[in-house]
Structures are given as structure tokens and as C-alpha cells.
Design a binder for this molecule. Structure first.
Ligand SMILES: [Zn+2]
Length: 190
């Protein structure tokens, strides 16, 4: 009886997570990775969600492949700032570990029961930023990229020590977006 109760509550938590993810326009493949639910159950949840969602808040269902270009987060100053903020939230919630002395990432991979924490992190980012620049899918991609750390990584800024995103293939001692000197004309994007 106890086992059945545990299974039921675990299943319920997965469904609740999936519904929140649908609200953020997550792709089926991402929902499967985060919740372990089958595609068929995710499709049914989509249908139920759409039937009960108010007509004023349409949810787009994204099909096809999940974006995989990590260079996206380094594309311009604004995206670098938003990605650094989101990575900071991931760190505060224990999804990424930093060495207390050096401030450098410690590789431990995903913690147990990471999916609800990762969703809470993304929702905290939405609360903090009225002008959201990172979609749920990109937030998921960022977390995966930082766990793997083959292309993207975190490092403290060489001037202010704030956490910033770095390109592992072109690692240099450049400062964070708040410390860097603006380009002539006022914009440092590019
Ligand atoms: Zn800085």
C-alpha cells in the first residue's frame, strides 16, 4: 500500500512539473528528459492544458529539435548578462557548484532531483527580469551546457569577481559585461 502511495505521489509530482513546463512552452523532448514521462502522456497533458488554459494566454507547442548552439549565450552583451544571472540562480539553488575559495566551478554533474530545482530557477529568473531574453528551452540548454562544460563555463570576472559566462575554446581574461569598456558609440554588443 505504501509503495503504491509513493508511486502515486511521484507520478503526480512529474505531471505537475510537466504542466508547469508546458506553460513555459517547453518542447516534448525536454519535458521527457526532465520528467521521465512518455511522449504519449505528455501529448495528453498538452491537450488537457490547452482545453483548460484561458484563451488570452495561448501556449505554443514547439516541435522539432531542441536548440543546441551554446554560442547563442555569448552573442551579445544583453544575452551574456541574462545567461550569467540565470547561471547565478542555478548556482544558488545548488544545480551548479563553485569552489568557495577559488570561485571556479567544481564538476559534480546534475544533483539528485534536479528537475524541480531547475524549474524553480527559471521561474525565479522570470520574476527577476521583466524583459525576459532567455526562453525555457535555452535555459535548459544552458544548464546542460554548464554541466558538460565543453564549450561554455563559468568564471569570476577578473575585475569585480562577479560570476560570468566564458567560452572555453577562447578563454581569455576579459572582464564581465558590467566592467568591460563600452565600444565607441555606446554599444558593446556583438
Ligand atoms: Zn566585472
Amino acid at each position: 500500500m505504501r509503495l503504491t502511495d509513493d508511486r502515486y505521489s511521484r507520478d503526480w509530482r512529474r505531471m505537475e512539473l510537466a504542466v508547469r513546463m508546458i506553460g513555459h512552452e517547453a518542447r516534448t523532448g525536454t519535458i521527457r528528459q526532465w520528467t521521465g514521462l512518455s511522449d504519449d502522456r505528455i501529448r495528453k497533458l498538452y491537450r488537457t492544458y490547452l482545453e483548460s488554459a484561458p484563451a488570452t494566454t495561448p501556449v505554443r507547442r514547439h516541435r522539432g529539435k531542441t536548440p543546441t548552439q551554446t554560442g547563442y549565450f555569448l552573442r551579445n552583451r544583453e544575452l551574456r548578462r541574462h545567461a550569467a544571472l540565470l547561471a547565478g540562480i542555478y548556482t544558488r539553488l545548488g544545480l551548479l557548484d563553485l569552489d568557495a575559495v577559488t570561485g571556479l566551478p567544481v564538476r559534480r554533474g546534475p544533483p539528485l532531483a534536479w528537475a524541480p530545482l531547475a524549474l524553480t530557477a527559471y521561474e525565479a529568473y522570470l520574476d527577476l527580469c521583466p524583459a525576459v531574453r532567455i526562453s525555457f528551452e535555452h535555459a535548459s540548454q544552458l544548464l546542460n551546457a554548464l554541466w558538460i562544460a565543453t564549450e561554455l563555463d563559468l568564471a569570476p570576472c577578473c575585475r569585480c569577481s562577479a560570476l560570468m559566462l566564458v567560452d572555453r575554446l577562447r578563454r581569455s581574461a576579459s572582464p564581465c559585461t558590467f566592467c568591460e569598456t563600452p565600444a565607441p558609440g555606446g554599444s558593446a554588443d556583438g
